[in-house]
Design a protein around this ligand. Sequence first.
Ligand code: URA
Length: 185
Amino acid sequence: MNLDELKKGCEACRKCALGSSRKNSVFERGSRQAKLMLVGEAPGGKEDETGIPFVGAAGQLLDKYLEAVGIDREEVYICNILKCRPPQNRDPLPEEQEACMDHLRAQVRQVKPRMIVCLGRIAAMRLISPDYKITKEHGVFQKKGNFLITAVYHPSALLRDPSKKEDMLKDMLRIAEEYKKIKEE
Ligand code: URA
């Protein structure tokens, strides 16, 4: 299935209860040819309204980091583990994540990124390791199949605790460095 078909599949998906409570499914933002994919947790209110990932306050902060380290936001691909908003923005339940993972796996197969950055603990636990500790392991790169993978703090965590912003900038600078190498290959 191509990305348009996958997007339609998400719009029709009722594999978990969130398919009935959300306004819009939230599939992707950015370039389908991207070498860098950023994966968040789940849509929030603004994303549910618009159907576009990371357009609320956390997304605006993410855009500022991308700009600060010289990564064009239009050139990367941004999506989430969950395509539907959990009520009151609660953490996604394990069964909701499980139900949604096939959509993300298919997205990865189609986009074929060379680097994946997990935004926050939930994405890192799902895509890197179930016992991932974001405070200890953020910014560490691992090779997985055809891509490099790492995790950074979720932008919402930075809004709650600005003391994490210094680490975030360091991690994003390192990501930009690796990304530049990949683009030059
Ligand atoms: N937080 C996420 O993890 N994803 C979004 O799309 C918005 C906020």
